[in-house]
Design a protein around this ligand. Structure first.
Ligand code: SF4
Length: 416
């Protein structure tokens, strides 16, 4: 259903520009540096799960690093109140690695030379059967961006065939128009993940030099179109660990600062929640991982990656400001860290993920069926770090006193 509700107030572009959150983070970095312990304590005293920019600023400030235990306790309480002791499990299904964009940090960059693959509908269904046999009822269809290769018709047909096996189908593909999202919604797709990657315009232009994704404003407006089409869940995120932009020896922006990116991300989420009552917002925390060949991702890995401590701080800060938001953790993160984050606000995790088209079929002992694709070596988007099986991850969740949930029960209440 296309939402006809009139938008009130300024759009997200105007909000970010007026607050200086789409460029020149220096003002905000100074404010963050100058935030005192007293201000963090004040924010903790009113941490009810509702958002204000001032409160979030305190929680992500360097001063808040001395209050992580207090933040953890509150984040835990809020998460249990809103979500119970449950962790939803999902699996990504990679459909294609053809891409028309050239994001500098990604192995699927159109400039990279390797044999690319797109699954046929039958191949995708075979992959989905393997995922379903592991127990998953929540699936994320992922594709690099090429709408001619993975068309709306392809996604519609696939979603209709997956509906009987999965209670929740989401996509992370290319940017679409409202009518296209509405068509996918009718076919059974209820969630869309679309990371802005970075809210800093200058950094965005540098990291996305060509292709449709190079249009910052179009990217920024995409979650509006997702919500206007009635999608139930909008996944937001920034890519953590981008290398500072240096041209001719001059450092042009400070966009690698995760703290300023978190402020912009939260403003975006707050804006969406206010305007689109039918849609829930979730946050993901993609830290750069090695990719083939994407040298800037590797450099980011070693020099500018967000520390574990700051990742925990970012997650807890968002929980303390968005009590109802999903916090999603992928297998990019290593097992020990994921285990610890179970109790700190995480609501949804992937497990046993394969990040190339055909990856699930390739892991089975049986020889590939006739017509199935050959093993993917270079065609991964990034390396995963937690390689445990879904059953092992579920056992770990239980051992932590939480319940792994394979099915999206909320979807039962979402039907019109
Ligand atoms: S990040 Fe996405 S759009 Fe960019 S190159 Fe990789 S697959 Fe393509």
């Amino acid at each position: 259903m296309i939402s006809t509700r009139k938008y009130l107030g300024p759009d997200i572009k105007t909000i970010l520009a007026e607050k200086g959150l789409d460029s020149n983070g220096r003002l905000w970095r100074d404010r963050l540096e100058n935030t005192s312990g007293r201000e963090v304590e004040r924010a903790l005293a009113c941490a009810t799960g509702s958002y204000s920019l001032e409160k979030l600023l305190a929680f992500i400030s360097p001063a808040a690093e001395d209050y992580l235990e207090e933040m953890a306790q509150l984040a835990r309480q809020l998460t249990v109140q809103r979500f119970g002791r449950t962790i939803r499990l999902y699996a990504p299904l990679y459909l294609s690695n053809f891409c028309v964009n050239s994001c500098r940090y990604c192995g699927f960059n159109r400039e990279n030379k390797f044999k690319r693959t797109r699954l046929t509908i039958e191949q995708a269904l075979t992959e989905a059967d393997i995922i379903a046999a592991e127990g998953f009822r929540d699936i994320l269809l992922v594709s690099s961006e090429d709408r001619k290769i993975v068309s709306i018709e392809y996604l519609t047909e696939l979603a209709k065939k997956l509906r009987s096996k999965f209670s929740s189908i989401s996509i992370e593909v290319y940017q679409m128009g409202v009518a296209e999202y509405a068509k996918l919604f009718e076919a059974g797709i209820k969630g869309v993940t679309v990371y802005q990657e970075t809210y800093d315009r200058e950094a965005y232009a540098y990291y996305h030099p060509a292709g449709p994704k190079s249009d910052y404003d179009n990217r920024l407006d995409t979650p509006d179109r997702v919500a206007a089409a009635g999608m139930r869940e909008i996944g937001l995120g920034v890519l953590l660990g981008l290398v500072p932009l240096e041209v001719d020896g001059l450092l042009l922006t400070g966009q690698a600062d995760w703290r300023v990116e978190t402020l912009a991300l939260a403003e975006h989420a707050h804006y969406l929640v206010k305007r689109y009552w039918r849609s829930r917002v979730s946050f993901s925390f993609p830290r750069l991982r090695p990719a083939y060949p994407a040298p800037e991702a590797v450099a980011g890995q070693s020099k500018h990656l967000l520390s574990d401590k700051n990742l925990v701080q970012m997650m807890m800060a968002l929980r303390l400001c968005f009590a109802d938001a999903g916090l999603v953790l992928s297998t990019r993160e290593r097992a020990e860290l994921r285990d610890r984050l179970i109790k700190l606000g995480t609501t949804k995790m992937s497990a046993g993920s394969k990040t190339c088209p055909g990856g699930y079929s390739e892991q089975t002992d049986a020889p590939p069926k006739a017509g199935m694709i050959r093993p993917c070596v270079a065609g991964r988007q990034f390396e995963i770090d937690d390689s445990r099986s879904p059953a092992q991850v579920a056992a770990m969740i239980r051992a932590q006193g939480a319940e792994p949930v394979w099915k999206d029960w909320d979807s039962a209440f979402d039907e019109d």
